[in-house]
Write a protein of this length. Structure first.
Length: 312
């Protein structure tokens, strides 16, 4: 990026003028190899303001060569008018350059706003997915815990009943020899031992199911953590886009201010052109009057010469 200073802008403008061109914002930026129109424009205007300008009032009229002076005034006025018109054209070109840069920046701003909108949509989707995963994991863990608690309670009840049955069987076996009628009671209580074995197997299966649910819950939490990390990355990207968007908005404000100055300069240049044209009209009238005076003086001189010839 080229360094834009008054010296560099002035040098570029002088070189462009020497080469027969007109210094403008675009030509100076091209000569420097870069630079912002907002930075180049005020320095170029300052350089133009410091250049000497040609005014018809600065020309000294020689009464002995009135016709030549009138022609010189006419040419000088036309040159001043052309200079003012060229200045107005330069101001217009500079304003167009600033406006073009502003349009490019507005396009960039719209692109950044689109990227920011997409990032916000991604963040919302990630947040919804994270909430869904957390809710599903919480529900699944709660259901597993409730199921395990119910199985443990049922197992405890069945174990208690089995213990009671075993105790009853033991008592029945002790009394079996004395009371043959208790054999049927023993046979009745034996199925409780099998049911206790089945419940124990169900408990082991429930424990395995709980371990599997715990593993799945761990995976879900890991996925949730990954989604949270992705969400943080997207949020960082959003902050970066927001910062770029803010910078672009500030630069747009600068371009708008520069365009306002350009409009003021253009209005001034047009007024100067109007003033120069008025001066040109006045100079033409003055030249016309001067020609009339010279013609009258010539007639008067011829008359005096004729009278002098008659006397002699």
């Amino acid at each position: 990026m080229a360094i834009v200073t008054f010296e560099s802008v002035a040098t570029a403008a002088q070189e462009i003028t020497k080469e027969g061109g007109r210094p403008s914002v675009r030509s100076v930026i091209a000569y420097l190899g870069g630079g912002s129109p907002n930075a180049v424009l005020p320095l170029l205007n300052e350089w133009k303001a410091g250049r000497p300008t040609l005014k018809s009032g600065d020309i000294e009229l020689d009464p002995r060569i009135g016709m030549v002076v009138a022609e010189l005034v006419h040419k000088a006025s036309e040159q001043a008018a052309r200079t003012a018109e060229e200045k107005a054209a330069d101001v217009q070109a500079d304003a167009e350059a600033v406006a073009e840069a502003g349009r490019e920046l507005e396009s960039l701003t719209q692109s950044l706003e689109g990227q920011l909108t997409q990032a916000q949509q991604v963040i919302a989707a990630k947040e919804r997915a994270l909430e869904d995963v957390q809710a599903a994991a919480s529900i699944e863990a709660k259901n597993a815990q409730e199921k395990a608690t119910a199985l443990q309670n049922q197992l405890a009840e069945e174990r208690a009943r089995a213990d009671q049955a075993v105790q009853a069987v033991a008592k029945a076996e002790v009394r079996l020899e004395l009371i043959p009628g208790l054999q049927s009671e023993v046979e009745r209580l034996k199925p409780f031992e099998q049911q206790a074995a089945v419940l124990s197997a169900n408990l082991d299966s429930s424990k395995a199911t709980i371990e599997d649910l715990k593993a799945r819950l761990g995976d879900a939490l890991a996925d949730a953590k990954g989604a949270h990390d992705d969400l943080e990355k997207v949020r960082i990207s959003e902050q970066s886009l927001q910062a770029r968007l803010d910078a672009a908005m500030r630069e747009i404000e600068g371009y708008k201010a520069g365009m306002a100055d350009q409009k003021a300069d253009l209005a001034t240049a047009r007024q100067e052109t109007k003033d120069v044209r008025s001066e040109l009209a006045a100079a033409r009238d003055e030249a016309k009057e001067l020609r009339a005076e010279i013609k009258a003086m010539a007639v008067k001189t011829d008359k005096q010469n004729s009278e002098q010839a008659k006397k002699s």
